[in-house]
Design a protein around this ligand. Structure first.
Ligand SMILES: [Zn+2]
Length: 239
């Protein structure tokens, strides 16, 4: 399924972006100083000094929360992406990634909004873009993975010709009905020919096509009903 691959790729890319933005010190840079979610540094003449974030307006706390959420979303996104690639059908990692990514996005945006000083938006640097981009990637990737994981029970995957889960379920129900004990009473409207001995075909690919017992025309094998169908008589024959 295409959305599974895209979702997995987005989730893994998001993991890298989120981790880089959380661990780096490049959210806001002005002159020789730049800060990230957990603090920053100011460099002059090849010497760098660590900057602590001021707690004004809860900036430091906001940064710490965003940092934790971004790292959490990165780790979960990586797990969800790998599980998506491995075609695991669990939704849990994708759901957790979505929650953590939304928290990281909210925290990151709040971190920018409460940053002290004017012209913060003009001084946004790579860390902010990586963080917001990674958050959006993680949200989209998680939603795609959730949808891929919820796209129907795995035993229906082998059914040919239907991509739609509802149609698949319907088809499964029909198959169960036809091959069940009351197999002779097929769905109303289907004319049933008297039962004939037809060779049981091997798994959807009949080796030889028997003629219709009534009109001797060529039969078609309807794999989804496990029955032969005569297009001329418009009737199904049990196998
Ligand atoms: Zn016929």
């Amino acid at each position: 399924m295409a959305s599974r691959g895209v979702g997995a790729a987005l989730a893994i890319a998001a993991a890298g972006l989120l981790a880089a933005s959380a661990l780096g010190k490049g959210w806001i840079s002005a002159g020789s100083a730049s800060v990230g979610l957990m603090g920053g540094e100011v460099c002059r003449g090849g010497k760098c000094k660590t900057l602590e974030l001021p707690e004004k307006d809860g900036w430091r706390t906001t940064g710490t929360v965003a940092f934790a959420a971004a790292l959490g979303a990165a780790g979960l996104g990586l797990v969800a992406g790998i599980m998506g690639l491995a075609r695991k059908r669990s939704k849990v990692p994708a759901v957790l990634t979505l929650v953590a990514a939304l928290a990281a996005l909210g925290g990151g945006i709040a971190f920018i909004l409460v940053a002290p000083g004017k012209g913060v938006m003009e001084h946004l640097a790579w860390g902010a873009y990586c963080g917001v981009g990674g958050g959006v990637f993680a949200v989209v990737g998680a939603i795609l993975l959730m949808r891929a994981a919820g796209a129907g029970p795995s035993y229906a995957v082998g059914m040919p010709g239907t991509a739609n889960p509802a149609a698949r379920t319907l088809m499964l129900a029909e198959t169960a009905k036809v091959s069940g004990p009351e197999a002779k009473t097929m769905a109303p409207g289907m004319a049933m020919a008297p039962q004939v001995q037809a060779p049981r075909p091997s798994k959807g690919a009949p080796a030889m096509v028997p003629p219709c017992p009534k009109c001797h025309g060529p039969l078609q094998f309807a794999g989804q009903f496990n029955a032969w169908y005569c297009p001329r008589c418009q009737s199904y024959l049990q196998v």
